[in-house]
Structure formats: structure tokens, C-alpha cells
Write a protein that binds this ligand. Structure first.
Ligand SMILES: CC(C)(COP(=O)(O)OP(=O)(O)OC[C@H]1O[C@@H](n2cnc3c(N)ncnc32)[C@H](O)[C@@H]1OP(=O)(O)O)[C@@H](O)C(=O)NCCC(=O)NCCS
Length: 152
């Protein structure tokens, strides 16, 4: 059974493994560790039989905005609903902290992630040019948390 738990320092090595298999420009281990302090209870992992399948990091910004900082799932565990479960839990936590919407940046060529967020009811709101470097634009995708029933 997949369970979602708060991330701990002991999870970092596995989180980093997932990070490097998931991104061209992965976060460093140091940064992933720093988020343990910055994100407090918005840094979560999905585990099965003590193995980490994926992680998600969020931050509350400007009181009402839940910012999805990063989410990644181990290659062998994708398309099984784990990413959606993590996103759902993060949004539930955003809501309980008073956020009214959830947003994120995604590279405009990352079609897989855009499909994933669209499936989870995020809409492309605008483009931030060169966000990830020259010619690597970001879509800002947004989802209202009003009327969501994560808390039941
Ligand atoms: C994007 C990512 C987090 C999705 O995680 P996941 O656990 O595979 O996603 P889910 O199983 O919850 O997918 C739910 C739905 O999203 C859509 N989706 C997910 N991955 C998709 C893909 N590769 N291609 C097209 N649609 C996809 C599908 O509609 C899917 O439902 P289905 O499997 O019934 O068709 C994962 O592919 C990943 O870690 N990618 C690399 C890191 C990354 O790009 N992170 C986002 C950075 S902004």
C-alpha cells in the first residue's frame, strides 16, 4: 500500500536519486535538504514497503498562494496515480493553511508534466519567458482550491 508521509532527512538520498532521473537540471542534494526547513510540513513523500516512490515540495506564498515547488516520481512508479496522490495531499495541506489557489511553473516543452497537471485540473494561466534559461520558457499553471473537497 502506498502511504504519504512527511519527508525526513533520512529520505534525502532516495529523493535525490528520483530527482536526478527526473530532471535535466536537478536540484542539488543541498537544496533538497534546505527545503526540509523551508517547507516544513509541505515536503512529502510517497512510500511503499519502505521504498520512496516520489516526493513533492510546496510553499505558502503571500498567504493565499500554494506554490508547488517540485514533484517527481521514480521512473518505475509512474502512471500509477502516485503523482496525483502527492499533489492531492499537497493541495489539501495548502487549503488547511488558508491558500485559495495552487500554482506552479512547468517548462513549456514538458508535455508529460503539462498533461499531468491538466489531468489534475490546472490551467495554463500565462507564460514566463526564459524562466529556466534562454529559450526555455515556463507556463504558469493555476488551480483554484475553492470548492475543492480535499478536507473531507
Ligand atoms: C509528471 C509526473 C510527476 C507524473 O507523475 P505520475 O505518478 O506518473 O502521474 P499519475 O499517474 O498521477 O498521472 C495522472 C494522469 O496524468 C496524466 N499523465 C501523467 N503522466 C503522463 C505522461 N507521461 N504523458 C501523458 N499524460 C500523463 C495522465 O492523464 C494520467 O492518467 P492516466 O495514467 O490514467 O492516463 C512524473 O511523470 C514525473 O516525475 N516526471 C518527471 C518530473 C517532472 O516533470 N515533474 C514536474 C515538473 S514541473
Amino acid at each position: 500500500m502506498v502511504v504519504i508521509l512527511d519527508a525526513t532527512e533520512g529520505d534525502l538520498a532516495e529523493i535525490y536519486e528520483i530527482e536526478i532521473q527526473s530532471f535535466d537540471q536537478p536540484y542539488s542534494l543541498k537544496l533538497l535538504k534546505a527545503y526540509l526547513f523551508l517547507s516544513e510540513n509541505l515536503y512529502i513523500v510517497a512510500k511503499e514497503h519502505d521504498e520512496i516512490l516520489g516526493y513533492a515540495i510546496g510553499l505558502i506564498q503571500g498567504r493565499f498562494k500554494g506554490h508547488v515547488i517540485s514533484i517527481a516520481i521514480a521512473k518505475g512508479a509512474r502512471r500509477k496515480g502516485v503523482g496525483s496522490a502527492l499533489l492531492r495531499e499537497l493541495n489539501s495541506r495548502f487549503m488547511s493553511m488558508g491558500a485559495t489557489y495552487s500554482y506552479l511553473e512547468v517548462e513549456f516543452r514538458n508535455i508529460d508534466a503539462i498533461s499531468f497537471y491538466s489531468h489534475n485540473k490546472y490551467l495554463i494561466s500565462f507564460t514566463r519567458r526564459n524562466y529556466y534559461g534562454r529559450g526555455r520558457h515556463a507556463f504558469i499553471m493555476v488551480k483554484s482550491l475553492r470548492g475543492e473537497s480535499y478536507l473531507d
